[in-house]
Design a protein around this ligand. Structure first.
Ligand code: NAD
Ligand code: IPM
Ligand code: MN
Length: 353
């Protein structure tokens, strides 16, 4: 049966990297129909809404979604409701994509591209499981209000229910069962009650997964340990904001944020796939962006939502091959390698397939 993939290029480098990823997907000759729609700043410009109704409807009926990136300085002054980022957050929340998987893998060819010493990062393979539809990103009340003395005050609410913690916890335990069977839950339980509850629920769940070794770490220490000795981690589970921050730090262990793919899944495994990086306004439109995170996100999409794991393996092998050939975009460039553009990198992956 034909599968439907909705492509949401977005803003900045989004369209450039998505073009390469769609080219790679097209080369596989699978029974897949591709549609596209507006989200983020481009949708604000065209319709006034970062997540137009039409895009949401298409997203609901698609078998999987591929998103580039949203946002940029053009819209930074917009009120919160008409910021590009609201489009992305709206998709995550409307589609209940609560489980965000961000695998940080160091390809051996890129040991030199990491800013960390090769012995610290070589063989790195960790998985960050980030809660994506709750926490301080979505908690109510929120806003900016004026106090009696005339001063303004900004506020957000950091809240998680037991059921929200339990469902992301289960995803993380199950992921750990399929890997190294070690799960580190990251919290700030020395200060924040919401994460005291988080830690308690993780402990309860651990009884159901006796084969997984659960540990806990405070988030400040986790940030430090990620750059000190990242290979101590197997699977990390954490809330929305901590996961956002820690995954950018983990990205740098792999050489560049341009290498980190992600999958955001609902309870039935339906998902949206996107690189972890943003719209990179500083390099947009210059053919400099690394498309590999997006291409690797396509591999995750084939594996998790489209039941095409052989095709996913082929894409990952093709990425390894272009790295073996010494082809590098600027962000992963090192001595003796060949600097290529976004498009040349996409073409090389297609050729390797
Ligand atoms: P960013 O990830 O866009 O860029 C950070 C740095 O990494 C920049 O120097 C950029 O050039 C570089 N970079 C990112 N992706 C790259 C790639 N594929 N190849 C080479 N270099 C790459 O983060 P930022 O600058 O903080 O944010 C810019 C905009 O993107 C903001 O509007 C932000 O809200 C948005 N954003 C969107 C997403 C998303 O759509 N998922 C994620 C993060 C940030
Ligand atoms: C990410 C991004 C988003 C987030 C922004 C753009 C809303 O940084 O996907 O990591 O904070 O989740
Ligand atoms: Mn982020």
């Amino acid at each position: 049966m034909t599968k439907n993939v909705l492509v949401l290029p977005g803003d900045g480098i989004g369209p450039e990297i998505v073009t390469e990823a769609v080219k790679v997907l097209g080369t596989l000759n699978l029974d897949i129909e591709i549609d596209s729609a507006l989200v983020g700043g481009s949708a604000v410009d065209a319709t006034g809404n970062p997540l137009p109704e039409e895009t949401l409807n298409k997203a609901r009926s698609a078998d999987a979604i591929l998103l580039g990136a949203v946002g940029g300085p053009k819209w930074d002054g917009n009120p919160m409701e008409s910021r590009p980022e609201k489009g992305l957050l709206g998709l995550r929340s409307e589609l209940e994509l609560f489980a965000n998987f961000r695998p940080a893998i160091l390809y051996p060819q890129l040991a030199e591209a990491s800013t960390l010493k090769p012995e610290v990062v070589s063989g790195l393979d960790i998985l960050i499981v980030r809660e994506l539809t709750g926490g301080i990103y979505f908690g109510q009340p929120r806003g900016i209000r004026t106090l009696e003395n005339g001063e303004r005050e900004g506020y957000n609410t950091y809240v998680y229910s037991e059921s929200e913690i339990r469902r992301i916890g289960r995803q993380a335990f199950e992921a750990a069962q399929k890997r190294g069977k070690r799960l580190c839950s990251v919290d700030k339980s020395n200060v924040l009650e919401v994460t005291v509850l988080w830690k308690e629920v993780m402990e309860e769940l651990a009884k159901e997964y006796p084969d997984v070794e659960l540990s806990h770490m405070l988030v400040d220490n986790a940030a430090m340990q990620l750059v000190r000795a990242p290979k101590q981690f197997d699977v990390v589970v954490t809330g929305n904001m901590f996961g956002d921050i820690l995954s950018d730090a983990a990205a740098m262990l792999t050489g560049s944020i341009g290498m980190l793919p992600s999958a955001s899944l609902d309870k039935d495994g339906k998902g949206m796939y996107e690189p972890c990086h943003g719209s990179a306004p500083d390099i947009a439109g210059q053919g400099k962006a690394n498309p590999l995170a997006t291409i690797l996100s396509v591999a995750m999409m084939l594996r998790y939502s489209l039941d095409e794991s052989a095709a996913a393996d082929r894409i990952e092998a093709a990425v390894q091959k272009v790295l073996d050939q010494g082809l590098r975009t600027g962000d992963i460039m090192s001595e003796g390698c060949t600097l290529v553009s976004t498009e040349e990198m996409g073409d090389a992956v297609v050729a390797a397939l």
